[in-house]
Design a binder for this molecule. Structure first.
Ligand code: ATP
Length: 322
């Protein structure tokens, strides 16, 4: 192996830069050339390759986003697009690939493997934590901390005005951000795609809570099947007209910001191990950290999002918010 390529793909997540830095520096330590591909699979198709040096990744470990930019590529979904991407990789003599992204990125890698014989490994870079084969994806911890910080501020105003707040957090398919941040902020309730949201039950629960509670926070995952925070708040308001109800959608602030120490360390460890995995002849695997140890999970298993939310944690959240 003489030259590897690294790229970021799908939604950006804090800690991706720490991971890129680790990939570049580890590769150069092992006397490999490193090319960065801008804008994920899109840049692979459009031939956006740049040479990376140790200095290219100086002073980025603390920065959110990704210096390689990222994209969601429609063209890569087609065989024609993937063929163009392969041509470019061959043109640049790439003989190893490190992708940093989420489940879609690894689904793309699996499709690509049908025509591409270049060894390909992945690093779990997504705020969603919806991958099997790692305790924490790179970016999840920072996103949770951002939500906790924002909801603490909302709690202050909710408390002063005796209000019921619905706070919508990211999570199209998974309630992992909602659950962990909900525990962290002492939310009264979380509404997530993994469980059925019954508005009448929710109303009953809100009414049966401690009477002198001055604020109530409900965390809603954006993918909750009962609708977003606005829809749910409207339905609750109809049943509880006396409640002073407000909605906040946290949106993209959850993706940005300086990565937490944990995301920097995880990003570094995973990026470092990705290059060493390629050199050891591994391919088609996602690098992760489970119980503090580096692990290798085949892409096909990594994307099986069967990660059920621990019902014990949901039960605990409800008891603690009495
Ligand atoms: P995040 O979890 O942050 O959303 P992600 O990696 O899941 O990140 P996606 O947009 O779902 O983000 O996937 C990234 C890219 O992977 C897609 O834009 C697409 O180009 C490619 N991809 C996804 N699924 C496939 C597939 N089945 N075949 C080929 N390419 C795919």
């Amino acid at each position: 192996m003489k030259k590897i390529a690294v790229f970021t793909s799908g939604g950006d997540s804090p800690g991706m830069n720490a991971c890129i830095r680790a990939v570049v520096r580890t590769a150069i330590f092992h006397k490999l050339e490193v090319t960065g591909i801008m804008h994920g699979y899109d840049g692979m198709i459009k031939n956006e390759f740049i040479l990376l040096h140790p200095k290219s990744v100086a002073n980025i470990i603390q920065r959110g986003g990704t210096i390689l930019k990222t994209a969601r590529s429609k063209e890569f979904l087609t065989l024609e697009g993937r063929k163009k991407a392969l041509e470019n990789l061959k043109k640049h003599d790439v003989d190893g690939i490190v992708a940093i992204g989420g489940d879609g990125t690894f689904r793309g890698a699996l499709e690509f493997a049908k025509i591409c014989d270049i060894p390909f490994v992945g690093c779990p870079g997504t705020i969603d934590n919806d991958l099997i084969g790692t305790d924490f994806t790179i970016g999840y911890d920072t996103a949770i901390n951002t939500v906790v910080d924002a909801v603490d501020k909302i709690r202050d105003t909710a408390e002063s005005h005796d209000r019921l707040f619905f706070v919508e957090v990211m999570g199209r398919d998974a309630g992992l951000i909602a659950l962990r941040s909900g525990i962290g902020v002492g939310a009264e309730c979380i509404l997530i795609p993994e469980t059925v949201t019954d508005i009448d039950e929710l109303t009953k629960r809100l009414k049966s809570g401690r009477k002198n509670k001055s604020s109530k926070i409900i965390i809603v995952a954006e993918g909750d099947e009962a609708g977003g925070a606005f829809t749910i708040a409207e339905q609750v308001k109809k049943r509880l007209p006396d409640y002073d109800t407000r909605v906040t959608i946290l949106g993209h602030i959850q993706r940005g910001g300086n990565p937490s120490a944990m995301d920097r360390v995880n990003g570094s460890r995973i990026g470092f191990s990705a290059v060493e995995a390629l050199l050891a002849g591994k391919q088609g695997v996602m690098i992760g950290v489970i119980n503090k140890k580096i692990t290798y999970t085949p892409f096909a298993n990594a994307i099986k999002h069967t990660q059920r939310l621990d019902p014990e944690l949901i039960r605990m959240l409800e008891i603690l918010s009495l």
